[in-house]
Design a protein around this ligand. Structure first.
Ligand code: ATP
Length: 148
């Protein structure tokens, strides 16, 4: 169905604000207004929550999470980036695999099943979109989603 993607993102930011505040993480948002999108609203919500939750989970105190969304040439582009722990280069090809967790000992303390990103990729592809990741260890991670 048609829904306002900008309003959905805004609500997610509001929902995560208290958690970010507790961790002293600054959430920066640049969300274009009036972004109407046709798709599975519940799945899109789930996708965005997975990525924002990870960004906050894998970022230390004092860090920053940026949420950017815009309409560019009939593609909706969503960027979720953080200044967190980053992902080692050798792990990057695997992070969308089911049950894969980078540096297991480090991430175990945070809990999690390693399913989040495989679900995220599945949702994006079900909407004929693309998701890609860029990351540098100890510097941060950037997820870019493009939806037609
Ligand atoms: P859950 O399924 O509960 O979200 P998870 O976070 O371990 O658990 P995924 O969301 O699939 O699982 O993420 C897979 C792995 O990718 C994580 O274990 C983590 O190592 C890495 N990862 C994901 N997002 C980030 C991020 N923003 N920064 C650094 N590492 C990340």
């Amino acid at each position: 169905q048609w829904f306002a993607l900008d309003e959905m993102l805004q609500l997610i930011v509001e929902q995560f604000e208290p958690i970010a505040e507790m961790k002293e993480i600054n959430i920066e948002e640049r969300i274009e207004r009036d972004l109407q999108y046709f798709g599975d609203k519940d799945r899109l919500h789930q996708l965005l929550v997975i990525l924002v939750d990870n960004a906050i989970k894998y970022t230390a105190s004092g860090g920053k999470v940026s949420i950017i969304c815009m309409n560019a040439a009939n593609l909706i582009q969503i960027i979720i980036k953080d200044t967190g722990v980053g992902i080692p280069e050798r792990d990057l090809p695997h992070i969308f695999d089911r049950f894969y967790r980078s540096n297991k000992s480090r991430t175990r303390a945070e809990g999690g099943t390693g399913l989040g990103l495989s679900i995220a990729k599945w949702i994006v592809e079900a909407h004929h979109g693309h998701i890609n990741v860029e990351s540098k260890l100890n510097e941060g991670t950037k997820f870019t989603i493009k939806l037609p």
